[in-house]
Design a protein around this ligand. Structure first.
Ligand SMILES: NC(=O)c1ccc[n+]([C@@H]2O[C@H](COP(=O)([O-])OP(=O)(O)OC[C@H]3O[C@@H](n4cnc5c(N)ncnc54)[C@H](O)[C@@H]3O)[C@@H](O)[C@H]2O)c1
Length: 424
């Protein structure tokens, strides 16, 4: 099989299929990426991926050359990026490039779409393949549900594998390819498979914004959102996942996919009110941190604020649409000095933000600390010692992920605030 795109999805897909015994050629357009992979280096951080790539090295090839990728391929997996355009619609240009670069394919191969695309994309790709004399290439939508940080495990133990095909035989072939993975298969038509992905993401985002709004009402009324979420989530009709209040979602998928679904609806004449509210709640949630800091510090001009965590979530180096970027930008706009720490991710796109190597360096002399990403090592820190060595009498600590225990943080001498839990 050929895999187009050596990013988070393409590499996990390639490695997991190689592990199932298939021969995989991964193609990318970035020479440095391919050079690194050929040299045995993995260009992204994803737990378990490096080991899987090394273990299956004899079944994996990396290339810049389309011809080499497709030569003997029976399956053409597409895992290229689909970022938002200025209009908020998904930018499908990388997908059209893949389609246009295919040529000279004589045997029957099936193109399998892993990239997240608007409903209707499969039909357009089908049309373009036919126009280009590639009517013998099948097309299947097989959306990706893995989460960064747990992608290898998610791929190998999926909740479901969605296969939307124009022709049953192509869907059967893709199902067969997954032999060795126990997942329920959901077979559907192509537009429905495309919509399953967008709707699943929208449902998860809705839960996050829902619990964040409950948290905000908890703050105003004296309830504790952690206790509330536990009591709500034990209801079997609701369930406990995605009910953790915090400073909002980020990442390479949720923000862009919500925007794409919103625009898809709008372009089709429908105003998706609920999704609009979900997006707006998430934007406001990130900014509420600034209010919490101002409540204790007054003006932030000249104050030093440490951001703990840059990645949009733990166990990844991905900073796309990370809440840390919005916070850093807002803090800089308020005149604060921003110091950021992360064990693996780097914040390289923002002027005025100093990135430091250790938590201690981030805290030194800081007037306030914001826990942005719940990296497990932050739970291991002796926060009393950390406060003392920080050298500020009463530094403010905003725990944006409700990761730490309020009572022990306050006992450690911090002015501790969190999300939806009573203030000191
Ligand atoms: N990241 C995730 O966890 C995740 C989860 C589910 C779905 N998705 C979707 O999967 C798709 C890929 O996401 P990603 O995070 O892996 O993106 P990414 O940016 O990490 O990787 C995309 C790769 O495609 C390469 N590329 C661009 N044009 C190419 C071409 N013509 N031929 C070959 N390679 C090409 C890029 O150089 C890049 O390395 C997106 O549509 C995304 O929404 C991502």
């Amino acid at each position: 099989m050929a895999v187009f795109g050596a990013g988070y999805v393409g590499l996990v897909t390639g490695a997991c299929f190689a592990d199932l015994g298939h021969d995989v050629v991964v193609r990318d357009v970035v020479p440095d990426r391919i050079d690194q992979l050929r040299a045995g280096k993995v260009p992204i951080h994803e737990p378990g991926l490096e080991e899987l790539l090394h273990r299956n090295a004899d079944r994996l090839t990396y290339t810049l050359d389309v011809g080499e990728a497709v030569r003997d391929a029976e399956f053409l997996y597409v895992a290229v990026g689909t970022p938002p355009t200025y209009s908020g619609d998904a930018d499908l240009s990388a997908i059209w490039t893949v389609v246009d670069e295919l040529g000279g394919l004589e045997g029957r191969a099936v193109m399998v779409m892993k990239s997240t695309v608007p409903v209707g994309t499969g039909a357009k790709v089908r049309h373009r393949l036919d126009e280009r004399g590639l009517g013998h290439i099948g097309y299947v939508s097989n959306p990706e549900f893995t989460a960064e940080g747990t992608a290898v495990r998610d791929f190998q133990h999926p909740d479901r594998i969605v296969i939307g095909a124009f022709e049953d035989a192509d869907g059967d072939a893709v199902e067969q390819l997954h032999r060795g993975i126990d997942g329920p298969f959901v077979r559907s038509d192509v537009p429905s498979a495309e919509m399953i992905k967008l709707a699943a993401n929208a449902a998860l985002m809705t839960r996050i914004s829902f619990i964040n709004e409950i948290a905000n009402v908890c703050e105003a009324t004296g309830a504790d959102v952690v206790q509330v979420a536990e009591g709500v989530g034990l209801d079997r009709r609701i369930g406990p996942s995605f009910l953790r209040a915090g400073i909002g979602y980020g990442g390479s998928c949720f923000p862009k996919d919500s925007l794409a679904l919103k625009q898809l609806a709008a372009n089709s004449g429908y105003h998706f009110q609920l999704l609009n509210a979900v997006i707006e709640v998430n934007e406001l949630q990130k900014r509420r941190v600034i209010g919490k800091l101002q409540q204790h510090l007054g003006s932030l001009r000249g104050k030093t604020v440490a951001l703990l965590g840059v990645a949009f979530k733990p166990n990844t180096d991905d900073t796309r649409e990370a809440p840390s970027l919005v916070l850093a930008g807002r803090l800089a706009a308020e005149g604060a000095r921003v110091r950021a720490w992360d064990p693996i991710a780097t914040i390289d796109s923002l002027a005025g933000v100093e990135q430091v190597e250790t938590v201690a360096a981030a805290l030194a002399g800081a007037d306030a600390v914001v826990l942005v990403t719940e990296w497990p090592e932050l739970a291991e820190i002796d926060w009393t010692a950390a406060r003392e060595s920080a050298g500020v009498a009463e530094p403010v600590f905003v725990d944006g992920r409700n990761m730490l225990d309020p009572a022990s943080m306050r006992d450690s001498g911090w002015i501790y605030e969190s999300i939806g839990r009573p203030s000191a």
